[in-house]
Design a protein. Structure first.
Length: 246
């Protein structure tokens, strides 16, 4: 099987200080790539840099200007990006009746607008390379709502899927391939921000009993990145065998 090497490839990963993002950064480093770790500044980012040998890109996705400036700085430092992995995201669960606008806004700011801000800022550096790639981490929830409290989160991930489809059309002439990776339950701490205890427990139980490992998702990202230049992997959906068929 003909594959590409990741040696020396510069890959910008958002949400890279924990969970799936950290697992992706670790897998990239192990494969010889140079992970560029975008995450909020602090001890977790410093620890992720130490674990992966990557370069820090401190930024909070809730600030478009700070995010753009951070990406411009790292882009100038490394010259170009070979790939972008839009992984950063949050989970907030509540029904529409019980939800709060501030919570909905936070979901959209990080999961949708943050992805758009990063992508727009990274594009000038992506199109400088050859066979550049964008991988957007979505969710099976974007394909089907399985719980009433999931609707707004699911909508944010459905938006990621549709943005990815539009980017394929927008960037095809530039040779940039765009892939969505949509995991089911994954064993991470992403449910920590859920405010209602019963919903937080439901999420934690699902992750523990039916979840993938973050490394399982990272493996799929690596497989996309090493695909031959003429192969465009559009979408990958995956779940644990312990999760009911989606």
């Amino acid at each position: 099987m003909r594959t590409r090497t990741l040696n020396g490839r510069r890959v910008l990963v958002t949400g890279a200080s924990a969970g799936i993002g950290l697992a992706i950064a670790e897998a990239l480093s192990a494969a010889g790539a140079v992970p560029l770790l975008l995450a909020r500044p602090g001890a977790r980012l410093a620890d992720a840099v130490a674990r992966t040998g990557g370069l820090p890109v401190p930024a909070d996705l809730r600030s478009a200007s700070a995010t753009g400036e951070a990406i411009s700085r790292i882009g100038a430092q490394v010259g170009a990006f070979d790939a972008l992995v839009n992984n950063a995201g949050i989970v907030r669960l509540d029904t529409v009746a019980d939800g709060e606008r501030e919570q909905w806004q936070e979901l959209l700011d990080v999961n949708v607008l943050g992805l758009l801000d990063v992508t727009r800022a990274a594009l000038p550096f992506l199109t400088r390379g050859e066979a550049s790639q964008i991988i957007n981490i979505s969710s099976l929830a974007g394909q089907r709502v399985r719980h009433a409290a999931q609707s707004v989160y699911a909508a944010s991930k459905a938006a990621v899927d549709r943005i990815s489809a539009g980017l394929r059309l927008e960037l095809s002439a530039a040779g940039v391939r765009v892939t969505t990776v949509s995991p089911g339950f994954t064993l991470t701490n992403e449910g920590a921000g859920i405010t209602r205890p019963e919903l937080r427990k439901r999420m934690a139980d699902g992750q523990r009993q039916k979840g993938l490992l973050a490394a399982d998702v990272a493996d799929q990202v690596v497989q996309v990145l090493v695909a031959p230049d003429h192969v465009h992997i559009l979408e990958i959906s995956l779940q644990s065998i312990n999760q009911e068929y989606f």
